[in-house]
Design a protein around this ligand. Structure first.
Ligand code: HEM
Length: 407
């Protein structure tokens, strides 16, 4: 059969399935633009890097809960505004706590495992184990705080070594943050010049700049086999990160001593012996590791880059932060978490940076497992639900007063 024949048959099957799904869709769906057969609203959404901005136009037209259809069947529910987002994530948090597994890229990469895109009992246990491990990190030779202080010193030396010349600081920030995570997970930091470390950072970059819920491969998986498919680039980056994680886990297994826990991997290996096998197994371990590198590196380094930019452009704020640190901590020892209560101005500066930079305007998608009543509408089961933080967090600075309704 020629590729054209395959395509035409796939098209006909999609149209038949589409009419079937339309018939079975619950009534009282949220409003939204009219979906076309097969492609849904995919053509309405540009493959923009600032997808959240494109979504804002729908709020103006349809309100705080909007339905799109991506591809033939995938309902996507956009939730805007403080009231509706609070309802979805907090008041009805139990309904919306699940992660979607229907999108092809998510399914292919995560297989329902790991922390970020897992569901169910095993996922809850894994999530709890990881949270406790990261929170009480009494294991290993160094606390998380010491690792952060050490890396901050190395980062400052690296930045100073350029003699005050202008330079892109995103890369050094990424390396510093990834190294703190590497220290927690593998017990040792990696050299900034180590080719494997450079590849790890490149892979994180590749994933963040290519993965998106609106990639057509999510709805037409055969597109992932075409040359230049973004989904394929993402799969390759994940595979490479996973290979490295498996290699390091193997090294840890070979030298594991239950009486000398060095890091997160050792802690996991120890727990694996006694805990629920469905939750704590190697398959989940390398996915958790990849999850932590991905979720932690880009977010934290981008926040730091914004913090530096805001401090440069607001020197009075920078001076006040510096004065507060000098008065309460001095210049001999590094700042530590126990200083927090004495550094009120620095604290609010960090919070204001998070609010203004709003580095995760589109929160990773959630889903509902049953048809769910929400804000007067029915959210069909297994819809991908996206909450948009951007307007909530930028309220007051960037919004004109005429658009200030419920953020
Ligand atoms: C400024 C830094 C950070 C920001 C703004 C940020 C933001 C977020 C957001 C918005 C979510 C989604 C929550 C949801 O879907 O309900 C999330 C999830 C997550 N983050 Fe972060 N994050 C940051 C740093 C980190 C770090 C340092 C780590 C770990 C080393 C991390 C690990 C995770 C994980 C594992 C998840 C998935 C949790 C789950 O699904 O239960 N994040 N983060």
């Amino acid at each position: 059969m020629s590729p054209l024949e395959v395509f035409l048959i796939a098209l006909v099957v999609c149209i038949i399935l589409y009419s079937f799904v339309l018939k079975r869709s619950p009534k009282n769906l949220p409003p939204g633009p009219m979906p076309l057969p097969v492609v849904g609203n995919l053509l309405d959404i540009p493959s923009s890097k600032q997808l959240y901005k494109d979504f804002l136009k729908y709020r103006e037209k349809y309100g705080d809960v909007v339905r799109l259809v991506l591809g033939p069947f995938q309902n996507v529910i956009l939730v805007f505004g403080h009231t509706a987002i609070h309802k979805a994530l907090i008041e009805q948090g139990k309904d919306f706590k699940y992660r979607p597994t229907g999108l092809y890229i998510i399914k292919k990469i995560f297989h329902g495992k790991g922390i970020t895109f897992g569901n169910g009992d095993a996922h809850q246990k894994l999530r709890k184990f990881t949270l406790v491990a990261l929170k009480d990190f009494g294991v290993g030779k160094k606390s998380i705080e010491e690792r952060i202080q050490d890396e901050a010193r190395i980062l400052a030396e690296e930045l100073e070594s350029h003699g005050g010349q202008p330079r892109d600081i995103q890369k050094p920030l990424q390396r510093a943050v990834a190294n703190i995570i590497a220290g927690i997970i593998y017990g040792t930091r990696l050299d900034y010049g180590d080719p494997e470390f450079i590849r790890l950072i490149q892979n994180i970059d590749t994933i963040f700049s290519n993965a998106s819920a609106n990639l057509p491969e999510n709805f037409f998986p055969f597109l992932a086999y075409l040359p230049n498919s973004k989904a394929r680039t993402v799969f390759n980056a994940f595979d490479d990160m996973s290979r490295y994680a498996r290699k390091r886990i193997k090294e840890h297994r070979a030298t594991f001593d239950p009486d000398n826990i060095r890091d997160f991997v050792d802690l996991y290996l120890k727990a694996e012996e006694h805990e629920d096998e469905a939750a704590l197994n190697e398959e989940n371990m390398f996915r958790v590791i990849v999850d932590l590198f991905n979720a932690g590196t880009e977010t934290t380094s981008t926040t730091l880059a914004w913090a530096i930019l805001y401090l440069m452009t607001n020197p009075d704020v920078q001076d006040k932060c510096q004065k507060e640190i000098l008065e309460n901590v001095g210049s001999v020892r590094p700042v530590s978490l126990s200083d927090k209560e004495h550094l009120q101005y620095l604290n609010v500066t960090i919070k204001e940076t998070l609010r203004l930079a709003c580095i995760a305007p589109l929160v990773p998608p959630h889903t509902v497992l049953e048809d769910t009543q929400f804000e007067g509408y029915t959210i069909p089961k297994e819809s991908t639900t996206s909450t948009l933080f951007t307007l909530i967090l930028t309220f007051g600075k960037r919004q004109k007063s005429s658009t200030r309704r419920d953020f």
